[in-house]
Design a protein around this ligand. Structure first.
Ligand code: ATR
Length: 278
């Protein structure tokens, strides 16, 4: 029986067990996926010992993603770009780390907008400069858009992101001051919020979307609530919207494939199951 985990601190709110549990049942697999609470001080030992406890691998969540990045033997290119690891597995005795938020976000955009959507997108605006922003930018860099603006309340963090991800990028990467968003929005065919603004209990993200291009898409990675104030405002301006839940579901796919040997599907039933839990 293959066993996998999600490790974090705290871990009780993770929805990953619901996702992987659904797939294990759907595909009739003899496997398990469990929550493991590990304090930061013990994470190094956990990384070394999980294979001897019979685990094939697992997911890593807050606050361990950077420590996992440093602790693995080898990393995928996308984990390397983001500087954080959220998925672990063992291959020929080697501990591998991936960052599946990168492909998860892009797979979600493709599923929501249809393949080829990026043909109309020259300019992207990414709001935020944390780990999620790095994953979103790294994914978009593989697509044929021309330039990505990164705007963040703390401009120096956007500067760091652009410096780290600019290397070897065919896509122009620039920062925008938060106060100057009004100058970028009229050019951005894709706007992505990666900040925590709009999350339940947080202030809303208020953007002036009146001057956004008529064909613009507004995406949010916040999924509690599913319709954030930003997405509601975008819909009110007749702009296409992409909610945050799909990224959570799609980022889970590569891990499941590694541990259990089946490429699982993100279905409307799975979406409904997680929605009922939000
Ligand atoms: P994650 O890894 O999920 O991206 P994070 O690293 O904590 O999380 O990043 C949170 C992002 O939300 C940051 O870009 C943060 O901006 P700062 O770098 O200026 O802190 C942004 N954010 C959080 N609260 C905000 C607020 N009230 N206004 C604007 N941006 C905010």
């Amino acid at each position: 029986m293959a066993k996998a985990f999600v490790v974090g601190h705290p871990i009780k709110h993770s929805r990953s067990p619901l996702i992987h549990g659904y797939w294990l049942k759907q595909y009739g697999l003899d496997g398990s996926y469990e929550r493991i609470e590990v304090a930061p001080v013990n994470f190094g030992d956990f990384l070394k010992s999980f294979p001897t406890r019979g685990f094939a691998g697992g997911n890593v969540t807050i606050p361990h993603k950077e420590m996992a990045f440093l602790g693995v033997d080898r990393r995928t290119e996308q984990a390397e770009r983001v500087g954080a690891v959220n998925t672990l597995w063992i291959e020929d005795g080697v501990l591998w780390g991936d960052n599946t938020d990168v492909t998860g976000f892009m797979a979600h955009l493709d599923a929501s907008l249809g393949t080829g959507w990026e043909q109309d997108v020259e300019t992207v605006l990414v709001l935020g400069a944390g780990g999620a922003a790095r994953a979103v930018v790294a994914g978009l860099q593989n697509r044929p858009c021309k330039r990505i603006f990164v705007a963040n309340r703390t401009l120096s963090k956007a500067d760091d992101l652009v410096r780290d991800l600019r290397r070897g990028s065919p896509v122009g990467l620039e920062t925008s001051a938060w106060e100057a968003l009004g100058r970028v929005i009229p050019h951005a065919q894709l706007i992505v919020n990666t900040t925590s603004l709009g999350m339940a209990g947080q202030p809303p993200l208020t953007l002036d979307l009146a001057k956004a291009p008529r064909n613009a898409v507004v995406a949010d990675i916040v999924y509690v609530p599913l319709e954030t104030p930003l997405l509601a405002a975008a819909a009110a301006h007749n702009l296409r919207t992409v909610d945050g839940l799909g990224m959570l579901l799609h980022q889970a796919v590569p891990g499941f494939r590694r541990w259990f040997g089946v490429t699982p599907e993100v279905t409307p039933e799975l979406r409904a199951l997680i929605l009922a839990d939000i």
